[in-house]
Design a protein around this ligand. Structure first.
Ligand code: ZN
Length: 294
């Protein structure tokens, strides 16, 4: 009973070394144990201050072209998942482990780093998806304030703050395109080769295609769209989708001048067309690289 009365909150008798520091939000002085300090915990005097602080950081985000591009990638292939056990949110961007590998290994992590100071590494999930995952509450709150929320598939659109600035809009569309657009070649006549270029995508979100249509027309592209198109996948599941197509060399040239691509999945596709005049359907990135090397 020698320790009687001394087991109170913040007074653990064998942990004499208390660290004095200031609450990150209200600056009030607090004393925490050495071990909590070493774990990087005990930054706030109260839960309220912890909460207020992340909202303060979220308000500190200022849109840049990098942020607009990252937001584009999240609009395209991202999701915001709540982790119920830890009570926080993870942001995941997922792609194809072969076709998108270079983009996920070399490009996206650095884009995240420039935006958030975090350098995530991609990993292969058990379902075969290649995933880049990171966590930032301030960024998640910032995304939320722009209208990008956890259940976004059918409703997501380009945030207003991005739509009103042409440079942000171009960067954001590049992020969306690197995730969700592709480049193909169609046949102009039945017995002719696949030689007519097309930049295209389909989305579950009709408002997103509306925004893309508005933005790209404003930049002088010619394009066509199909809304609420009924489709069936290989397994027989039906779904409704929305298409956007930009046909012809004029649109490709314009795209490369105004928007560009950062994903080798797409870059190798139009480069093969530029080199050989043809892009066959269903090529792999390895096949396309071989054509470009030879
Ligand atoms: Zn405080």
């Amino acid at each position: 009973m020698i320790f009687k009365g001394r087991f109170e909150k913040g007074n653990i008798p064998w942990n004499k070394k208390q660290v004095k520091k200031n609450c990150l939000f209200c600056r009030r002085q607090i004393e925490i144990s050495q071990s909590r300090h070493k774990e990087g915990r005990g930054k706030f005097c109260s839960l309220n201050c912890r909460r207020n602080y992340k909202y303060k950081l979220a308000k500190g985000f200022i849109l840049t072209e990098d942020l607009a591009e990252l937001i584009g990638a999240i609009i395209g292939d991202g999701c915001i998942n709540k982790n119920y056990r830890r009570k926080d949110y993870r942001i995941q961007i997922s792609g194809n482990k072969n076709e998108d590998k270079e983009y996920y290994d070399k490009y996206l992590p650095h884009l995240v780093f420039r935006c958030l100071g975090i350098l995530p590494r991609p990993y292969l999930a058990t379902n075969g998806a290649y995933i880049l995952q990171f966590q930032s509450e301030p960024f998640r709150i910032f995304l939320n304030s722009l209208g990008i929320e956890p259940r976004k598939t059918k409703t997501v659109r380009i945030p207003f703050e991005i739509r009103k600035n042409i440079f942000f809009l171009q960067a954001c569309i590049r992020g969306i395109a690197d995730s969700d657009f592709t480049f193909i070649c169609t046949k102009r006549k039945k017995d002719k080769p696949n030689n007519y270029p097309r930049i295209c995508a389909q989305f579950a979100s009709k408002p997103l295609v509306k925004d893309l249509e508005w933005a790209l027309r404003g930049m002088g592209f010619t394009l066509n769209t199909k809304y609420e198109y009924f489709r069936e996948d290989k397994r027989g599941f039906s779904y409704i989708t929305n298409f956007i197509n930009l046909d012809g060399p004029y649109n490709l040239r314009r795209w490369l001048n105004l928007i560009g691509f950062s994903n080798q999945r797409i870059i190798t596709r139009y480069q093969v067309w530029m080199k050989t005049g043809i892009l066959k359907p269903k090529t792999t990135i390895e096949e396309r690289k071989r054509i470009l090397m030879g």
